[in-house]
Design a protein around this ligand. Structure first.
Ligand SMILES: [Zn+2]
Length: 380
């Protein structure tokens, strides 16, 4: 793997990851004339829920579903300049021009240790606010506009894993960053604004609410049993077997017992590791094969590319690394070929999910058994 870094015309960082180091060097200058990035991102504290909310009003102007010949994530070819100056690439990562979190606020680099109030230091104030410090990056999985991640060869997906791990390590070094979230939104149903195969990485200035809750549960479990909660969940799923979709030497994919979504699969390494950088080369290769298999099974469910959200759960940067257990959660809002699950009253108003299919049915369908139990076959 070859890694090359450069700056875009407005100062944003871009990093190329190439499988074949004999391919021509990527173009490191950016001939475009770009204005400075204007970010006015802010975080506000919700004292009732004990959560931070990011307010990023500048994102309203971002590019929305441009035609393929204006795709900003394709390589720059035939005189058309995109966000990626090179004529070709395998995997490329760059800072989002419309970030929800940024270390460079209003065009000025935010140096470490300045007097910006640390967002976590004001937790006893009801109306606390802070700057939206952190970073948002775009990960282009391939230069081929029409090849989704699920159609890439395993060695290419392995390169994506290496890019995620690289970014996790580097973003962990940024001041104020407390958690790194690598994810992919796929499909217009999920609200994707660019169809080019890509994911994103958010470096948050706080530990996210879901991670905090999981770690609090894991802490209580450890106090009671001296064991790791995530490892016990995995062991329980393996012992039961009814919700296992696939398992390999290093990974297990299963539908969780309390699945919230009509299609939901969790992928756990068999070994407890805090984050992606901690995975061995063998575990990364094995993950690439397993993930491709899971994604293809998800696409086969309704015979259509399934819209999905794929979310990596990594340890916070500074705390609870011993409690955390890296895993990936992949889920879809699609409950039948032409039906979406909406987050309506119970889900959005109260946070209580109602799932129309049993997790055991979903797992059987994904294993390729009992086609008659496909989710959404019953009229509703
Ligand atoms: Zn494209």
């Amino acid at each position: 793997m070859r890694r090359s870094t450069a700056r875009l015309a407005d100062g944003r960082e871009i990093i190329y990851f190439d499988l074949d180091s004999s391919r021509p060097q990527p173009r490191l200058d950016d001939p475009r004339d770009l204005g400075p990035i204007s970010t006015a991102s802010e975080i506000r504290y919700d004292a009732l829920l004990d959560e931070w909310v990011a307010i990023a009003s500048h994102r309203q102007g971002r590019t929305h579903l441009p035609p393929t010949d204006e795709c900003p994530l394709c390589p720059s070819r035939n005189g058309r300049q995109t966000e990626v100056p090179s004529q070709d690439y395998d995997v490329v990562v760059f800072e989002n021009r419309f970030p929800s979190f940024a270390t460079r606020l209003d065009g000025a680099e935010q140096p470490a240790g300045t007097s910006v109030p640390s967002p976590v230091a004001v937790e006893d104030e009801i109306f606390a606010r802070g700057p939206g410090l952190g970073r948002c990056e775009v990960v282009c999985f391939t230069s081929d506009h029409d090849s989704p991640l699920s159609k890439l060869p395993p060695e290419h997906v392995r390169l994506v894993v290496d890019a995620w791990a690289d970014r996790t390590l580097e973003l962990s070094e940024l001041p104020h960053v407390e958690q790194i979230f690598c994810f992919e939104n796929r499909g217009e149903e999920i609200g994707v604004t660019l169809s080019h195969p890509h994911g994103q990485i958010y470096a948050y200035p706080f530990v996210t609410p879901r991670t905090r809750r999981m770690l609090e549960s894991a802490r209580r479990h450890r106090e009671r049993t001296w064991r790791n909660l995530f490892a016990d969940v995995l062991a329980g799923e393996v012992a039961d077997g009814a919700r296992i979709v696939l398992s390999t030497e290093h990974w297990v994919a299963f539908v969780p017992s309390a699945a919230r979504w009509p299609v939901e699969v969790h992928l756990y390494p068999r070994r407890q590791v805090p984050d992606l950088p901690a995975l061995t080369p063998d575990e990364r290769d094995d993950f690439a094969r397993l993930y491709l298999d899971v994604l293809r099974r998800m696409d086969d469910l309704y015979g259509l590319p399934l819209p999905y959200i794929s979310a990596w759960h990594q340890s916070p940067v500074r705390v609870d690394r011993d409690l955390s257990y890296l895993h990936l959660e992949v889920f879809s809002v699609k409950r039948a070929a032409h039906k979406l699950k909406y987050l309506a009253g119970s889900e959005s108003g109260m946070g209580v999910f109602i799932n129309d299919v049993t997790p055991e049915q979903i797992a059987a369908s994904l294993r390729g058994q009992s086609a008659s139990s496909l989710p959404g076959q019953s009229p509703s």
